[in-house]
Ligand binder design. Structure first.
Ligand SMILES: [Zn+2]
Length: 114
């Protein structure tokens, strides 16, 4: 049983999040502990280990990319810039695929990035 933060807290509803976009397969929400002025996290609803998890199908990937594109376009419209990041291997803290969409100043309260 996997107990990563996204499955155990966010997708279960135990931790409430400010939803940015919701589809059948994808959830996007404002990071609960943001590192930047704008910091949105986009995850698949199904547990997928990472971007290179072979169980993640092309159709599922396309769904998530559609959400990323739409949200990134909104962020660029609003702030003029956006960075999209996902981490792999030793860089990846939570072992559930997640993309960070960040924009604006880094917050002093953030300990580290990514
Ligand atoms: Zn998970």
């Amino acid at each position: 049983m996997d107990m990563d933060f996204y499955c155990s807290q966010v997708l279960s509803g135990r931790t409430s999040v400010a939803v940015v976009m919701e589809t059948a397969n994808v959830l996007a929400f404002h990071q609960t502990r943001p590192s930047f002025q704008t910091h949105i996290v986009v995850i698949p609803r199904r547990h997928v280990l990472s971007l290179i998890d072979p169980s993640w199908s092309d159709d599922e990937a396309l769904d998530l990319i559609r959400a990323l594109r739409a949200i990134a376009a909104q962020v660029v419209d609003r702030t003029g810039a956006c960075r999209v990041v996902t981490n792999l291997g030793k860089y990846q803290d939570s072992k559930h695929l997640h993309f960070h969409l960040v924009s604006g100043e880094r917050l002093e309260s953030s300990l580290r990035w990514p």
